[in-house]
Design a protein around this ligand. Structure first.
Ligand code: C2E
Ligand code: CA
Ligand code: CA
Length: 406
């Protein structure tokens, strides 16, 4: 099971994700947002079967049979989904433990057989009834499940189940890799890949995030050191690590960051702290002091998901911020929607006026990359350049690709 096959899709509120009657080619895991499941009876009346939220799966029958979709799924909020295609599913299945593989094959064969027979005798297929769908779709990740997940995460942290992937950030003017964002990955023995969009909020809630962030910082900086050594760089690349508000509230945050930096033999200038607007609004006093110390030591302070949070921009003056990361929802729409393009232009202009560096997130095609370069955006990150990768793949990537042409 690998997190490298990850493929994300985003849908806006109201958009149809799966249409009843269409051929089904993939299932989706919901990372963010909510969807509703609707079905039509023979008279064409629509019924709502339920809703589903983060951490649940939709359209899973596509992985099992070749029948058309039995229900329509529509986004009720803006959603991020992780797509699992049939091919990906088969590849994952052939990689699991051989006994598990065999058991899955038997279960799937019996299930398909059962479905086939129910069609011949004209019984309503078991999975098609509103009742069963309601049962299987009804539950979101409840409180008990969240506690179990937090406990499982705690045991997994420090084992190979939890690791970091690194996504390169490219300087648009030169096409060169300038640094990376460290993104946490958890491949649970039982459940397989669990998205950070699912487990991070849970460990933020119970405070475990502090331990996780400190692990991530240490791992990422040691990783950076190894990457530079092996790929032939000398203190030239940066590493951006995500933090949440709990981290800032913890005693000794700055000291622990300093300690990790000196232990891993990187320069403070190579370290970027990524935080969201929400965090700054929570504890402005506390955050200002902490960030100022880090900034004075030379670290980069990045505002993540810029543009999605607060409408007041006065905090940009108040805090020592030197990097803005334009959220991918704007980048995604900027080639098709004039208002998004205008917003991207304004964000770049604003950042430049305030002497900040601008990084665009979620660049997925060459047109977006070229447009951002033309607009004077400094750096970009996204599937077009590279997905988040394992350390060894990053080393190969920057060794071979010193300059990316586009
Ligand atoms: P984020 O900080 O906004 O991270 C960027 C997310 O966008 C990553 O998702 C990345 O894989 C994804 N992404 C990058 N390029 C593209 C693209 O071109 N298209 C699309 N559709 N997506 C792209 P990921 O790794 O699933 O992480 C989700 C969120 O979980 C992160 O959002 C961050 O908020 C949180 N997270 C991940 N790792 C950590 C961590 O170590 N600490 C903390 N506190 N949060 C983390
Ligand atoms: Ca981030
Ligand atoms: Ca982001």
């Amino acid at each position: 099971m690998s997190a490298e096959n990850e493929y994300k899709k985003s849908y806006k509120a109201g958009e149809v994700i799966i249409k009843q009657g269409d051929p089904g080619q993939s299932a989706f895991i919901i990372e963010n947002g909510r969807v509703e499941i609707l079905t039509q009876n023979q008279d064409g009346e629509a019924y709502k079967l339920g809703t589903r939220g983060a951490g649940t799966m939709i359209g899973e029958m596509a992985l099992i049979d070749d029948a058309p979709r039995t229900a329509t799924v529509r986004a009720v909020e803006d959603c991020d989904l992780l797509e699992i295609t049939k091919t990906d599913f088969s590849a994952r299945l052939s990689n699991v433990d051989p006994i598990l593989h065999m058991a899955m094959q038997v279960v799937l064969t019996r299930y398909r057989d059962m479905l086939e027979r129910s069609k011949i005798v004209g019984d309503p297929p078991v999975i098609n009834t509103a009742e069963t769908l309601e049962l299987s779709y009804a539950e979101d990740l409840g409180a008990v499940e969240a506690i179990k997940m937090a406990n499982d995460f705690e045991s997994a942290l420090g084992t190979e189940e939890v690791f970091l992937n690194y996504q390169p950030m490219i300087e648009l003017a030169t096409g060169k890799v300038k640094g990376f964002e460290a993104l946490m990955r958890w491949i649970n023995g039982e459940k397989g890949f669990i998205s950070p969009a699912v487990f991070i909020p849970i460990i933020e809630d119970n405070g475990l995030i502090v331990k996780a962030s400190s692990w991530a910082l240490e791992e990422a900086l040691m990783g950076l050191k190894r990457i530079e050594d092996r790929a032939g760089y000398d203190k030239e690349l940066f590493m951006s690590v995500n933090f949440s508000s709990r981290d800032f509230a913890a005693d000794g945050f700055v000291e622990s960051v300093y300690n990790t930096i000196s232990k891993s033999d990187v320069d403070a200038e190579q370290v970027h702290l990524e935080i969201t607007e929400r965090l700054l609004m929570g504890q402005p006093e506390n955050a200002k002091e902490t960030l100022s110390e880090c900034e004075k030591a030379g670290m980069g302070i990045s505002i993540d998901d810029f543009g999605t949070g607060y409408s007041s921009l006065s905090y940009l003056h108040y805090f020592p911020i030197n990097i803005l990361k334009i959220d991918r929802s704007f980048v995604m729409e900027m080639m098709t929607k004039d208002s998004s393009l205008e917003l991207v232009k304004s964000m770049i202009g604003l950042g430049k006026n305030l002497n900040m560096k601008i990084i665009a997130e979620g660049v997925e095609n060459i047109e977006e990359a070229q447009k951002l370069r033309e607009l004077g955006c400094d750096m970009a990150q996204g599937y077009y350049f590279a997905k988040p990768m394992k350390e060894q793949d990053v080393i190969d990537f920057i060794k071979e690709n010193r300059k990316i042409e586009f």
